[in-house]
Design a protein around this ligand. Structure first.
Ligand SMILES: NC(=O)c1ccc[n+]([C@@H]2O[C@H](COP(=O)([O-])OP(=O)(O)OC[C@H]3O[C@@H](n4cnc5c(N)ncnc54)[C@H](OP(=O)(O)O)[C@@H]3O)[C@@H](O)[C@H]2O)c1
Length: 334
């Protein structure tokens, strides 16, 4: 089968397009004939070898590796007799071990949800990794309460654009998103955010305070790092919950936990693979995302659909911040 893989860590040049052996479903796995896959920022970190550095403490990958944390396609085989009922069904799959950058991928049926044959694969292929992250941040790392205000950092990205919409679906009050260009700010408003703030201006926390009547936000989803990490405290309300799940600009300043005492705030870390130990939460998240998309409450934003062979270009677009929403990979026209 055709796949995108890498044999060493590095820049986009390490991504190779070529033939790889088809995966063989083991234990209870399903084999999926992939129609669409998609690209996540974490795929870039994986390619750079970040997760294989001891200081990241998040677990590495083995080389050669095929990335790709999600796929939509048809089930063509099942390892266990009991799962043969899946064969022929169109599914959206979360594939936490990767493999989605390929014409075939294996998946645990617990992390697959059936979608109608007529469903637009593009919408659903954008969901699993970024959608699960957004959903679990708001339902597991914290339980968003009706009317609470939320700040989503990097709200024009894959996770961010879904988090804005999911916060609203879950009953949040004011939802504010940040981004770096006026075009991206318009995009965030079009997702249903009440306000959009340019965080390239040093006084951006002031804008968030103004938007919340001087109170600050109840929940803050942080994925940026750098100076933003510390600035976030300027617009986090008393009792506010600060949830950290990424460092797109690299780690921020060293942090002294006593800082949290000043306003009785809490800080929570989030790493999606840890939730594999709670598969029922992942399953519930997948069901939520698919249902909300089928009901058209959630509209995943598709930035672009590229042939699988152009995955390196997809990585470039993410690294150069030229994306709003999610980039998909077409595995039917490689
Ligand atoms: N902890 C977990 O389990 C988990 C799971 C999924 C994702 N993540 C993390 O969540 C973040 C978002 O992931 P994603 O897949 O949604 O990524 P994405 O689609 O590429 O979005 C990233 C966003 O970050 C902003 N950004 C700010 N500084 C950036 C920089 N130096 N380089 C690139 N983007 C920058 C970009 O907006 P502007 O250009 O407007 O600034 C962009 O909207 C990443 O940090 C990722 O590693 C963590």
């Amino acid at each position: 089968m055709k796949a995108i893989y890498f044999e060493k860590f590095g820049t986009r040049d390490v991504l190779q397009f070529g033939d790889r052996p088809e995966p063989i479903p083991q234990n209870n796995e399903l084999l999926i004939d992939v129609e669409r896959s998609s690209v996540n920022f974490v795929d870039i970190r994986e390619r750079q070898g970040t997760y294989n550095r001891p200081e990241t403490h998040v677990g590495g990958i083995q080389l050669p590796h095929v990335s790709g944390l999600q796929a939509v396609g048809k089930v063509v085989a099942a390892a266990s007799e009991g799962d043969k009922v899946w064969i022929g069904k169109k599914v959206v799959a979360y594939t936490p071990n990767g493999g989605g950058y390929a014409e075939k991928v294996v998946a645990n049926p617990r992390f697959c949800v059936e979608i109608p044959e007529s469903a637009n694969a593009d919408l659903f292929a954008a969901l699993p990794n970024q959608g699960l992250t957004a959903y679990l941040l708001l339902t597991a790392s914290t339980q968003i309460q009706s009317g609470e205000s939320v700040l989503v950092q990097g709200a024009s990205g894959g996770v961010g654009s879904l988090a804005v919409q999911i916060a609203k679906i879950l009953g949040a009050g004011e939802v504010i998103g940040t981004a770096s260009t006026s075009e991206k700010l318009d995009f965030i408003r079009s997702l249903g955010a009440d306000d959009a703030v340019d965080y390239t201006h040093d006084d951006w926390p002031q804008r968030v305070l103004e938007s919340t009547g001087g109170l600050g936000v109840d929940v803050l989803l942080e994925s940026i790092g750098g100076d933003i990490f510390e600035q976030n405290f300027e617009c986090l309300a008393p009792f506010g919950r600060y949830i950290i799940f990424g460092s797109t600009r690299g780690p921020g300043q060293p942090f002294a936990p006593r800082r949290l005492m000043q306003k009785s705030q809490t800080m929570t870390g989030f790493y999606l693979p840890v939730f594999l130990a709670k598969p029922e939460l992942i399953h519930a998240g997948m069901e939520f995302l698919v249902k909300a998309t089928l009901e058209e409450k959630l509209r995943p934003s598709i930035a672009k659909v590229l042939p699988l062979s152009q995955t390196a270009e997809a990585h470039r677009l993410l690294e150069d911040r030229e994306v709003q929403g999610t980039i998909l990979l077409d595995t039917t026209n490689v």
